[in-house]
Design a protein around this ligand. Structure first.
Ligand SMILES: Cc1ncc(COP(=O)(O)O)c(C=O)c1O
Length: 463
């Protein structure tokens, strides 16, 4: 796949800002794009001349940046007319961390498991497993127990649902990828919130969709802009419940009015994490044709790898036919445990919400102390703050953060075209004392960026 110079220029965003020579800033930013997965392996970069023109810099600047990437094995220039993205064998040469404490991972917005509850559920699931021994074990759409539990979960959110409206998947990400592969053709337009969940961007770009971003402003979703953007689009993908990364929740009157005029995929992965509001009514209660996806990853544990799709029968049939190309079903034991855990959600959720509220308050207080010049709005739920920085330094901060004992997901990962260099997502899914240490380390990392230091580490993945 060839990537055009204008696309690369857009992805690079505000690369010109910062210390050091231009070629170094350019190669640093390209390296970050490769490590983030925004520039995909085997893609062909534009020629030096085209990129220099698109960026308004000399060809020497681009040539030197490309040579530095070739020297560090981030591109391959041998025997090809265009430089091709690759990864070195060791993309993150170890450097002595400036902090002696172990790394605190702020790149994941995901809570730890409720250990004893999980244990009990798996014990019971193991007792129930023999019921399946006389069957083949391939349950492509999911076992009926779990589909019934998911149907009850929707009923509890104001949306009567039958088990045959549900397909169980290996997490919500699998659901998204399956939907993208089934419903999106190369060149189709897909409307997204901007910012949005990075792996959704990935699922739709892997399906070669053209993404149409609609800004999600601090005051929420713009129904009119979504309607205009949705005209002729193959899909709109929205996260109305405690949106990742902003934590915003779409008010009931906006839900009712929202009509992008194209099929809508609603991601309800965060729906249970209602800290200050009642749990929102399921989106499809107002929009019966919506394709909804959900997951146990945030309300229970990411390690379960259980998600689902709720849709009408013709869409589910198409998804079910497409599925065997990549997998033949979800493990039965995990499904039985997830069924027990989902049915018991109302018992354990209050504790999770209580903790999240404490962690959210703790992170807020630590940020107010160390970063009075950053803007932090408190979301009504979800797992993270979408922080506005005082300067466009998010990628540089993420690149240097591991040297200071933390990993971060830079703002541009949540958008397209290099946007959000002035934002960073900070999750409060860790214990308060770890969050407090992480903010101190973040303050040290910011001082290093301001001093003009450069990071050498690999940015981590996000969830
Ligand atoms: C909005 C959103 N959708 C989907 C996912 C993927 O969830 P799962 O772990 O169920 O694959 C995540 C995980 O962070 C998410 O935040």
């Amino acid at each position: 796949m060839k990537i055009s110079a204008s696309v690369v220029a857009q992805m690079l965003g505000a690369w010109q800002v910062g210390p050091g020579p231009a070629h170094q800033r350019l190669s640093d930013r390209l390296r970050l794009l490769v490590l983030d997965g925004r520039l995909v392996l085997d893609a062909a970069l534009p020629s030096e001349r085209d990129l220099a023109l698109a960026l308004g810099v000399s060809r020497t600047t681009v040539g030197t940046a490309y040579r530095s990437l070739a020297d560090t094995q981030f591109i391959d220039t041998r025997a090809r007319s265009r430089a091709v993205i690759r990864l070195p064998d060791d993309p993150a040469p170890h450097r002595q961390a400036a902090s002696s404490s172990p790394t605190i991972d702020l790149s994941f917005a995901a809570p730890a498991a409720p250990g004893p509850i999980l244990h009990r559920a798996f014990d019971t699931a193991l007792e129930r497993l023999p019921r399946y021994f006389d069957r083949r074990g391939y349950e492509r759409d999911g076992v009926v127990e779990l589909r019934e539990s998911v149907a009850r979960w929707y009923a509890g959110r104001g949306l009567p649902t039958r088990p045959d409206q549900i397909m169980i998947t290996n997490g919500a990400q699998h659901a998204l990828a399956l939907i993208a592969r089934t419903l999106v053709r190369p060149g189709d337009r897909v409307v997204i919130d901007h910012p949005t969940y990075p792996h959704a961007i990935r699922a739709f770009t892997d399906a070669r969709a053209r993404l149409v971003p609609v800004a999600l402003e601090p005051d929420g979703w713009n129904v009119e802009q979504l309607r205009v953007a949705g005209r002729g689009a193959a899909l709109a993908y929205l996260i109305p419940d405690f949106h990742n990364p902003t934590g915003q929740c779409m008010p009931a009157h906006v839900r009712r009015r929202l009509d992008p005029g194209c099929p809508v995929v609603i991601d309800e992965t965060m729906a249970d994490l209602a800290i200050d509001l009642p749990r929102p009514v399921a989106f499809a209660a107002d929009h019966p044709d919506a394709i909804s996806i959900g997951s146990t990853s945030k309300s229970i544990w990411g390690g379960l790898r259980i998600g689902w799709i709720r849709a009408g029968s013709s869409i589910l049939t198409r998804l079910s036919r497409m599925r065997p190309g990549t997998d033949l079903g979800t493990p039965i034991l995990e499904q039985l445990a997830a069924s027990i855990l989902l049915d018991g959600l109302d018992t354990h959720l209050p504790d999770r919400i209580h903790r999240l509220r404490e962690q959210r308050d703790g992170l807020y207080a630590a940020l107010a102390q160390h970063f009075p010049d950053w803007t932090v709005s408190i979301p009504p739920g979800g797992l993270s703050f979408w922080v506005v920085l005082d300067q466009p330094i998010s990628s540089r901060l993420a690149a240097i953060a591991p040297d200071y004992g933390i990993t971060l997901a830079a703002g541009p990962r949540f958008g397209i075209g290099g946007a959000f260099e002035r934002h960073v997502r900070l999750p409060y899914s860790l214990p308060v004392d770890e969050l407090a240490s992480a903010v101190e380390q973040l303050a040290a990392a910011r001082r290093a960026v301001v001093r003009g230091e450069r990071g050498k580490h690999e940015p981590s993945t996000v969830a």
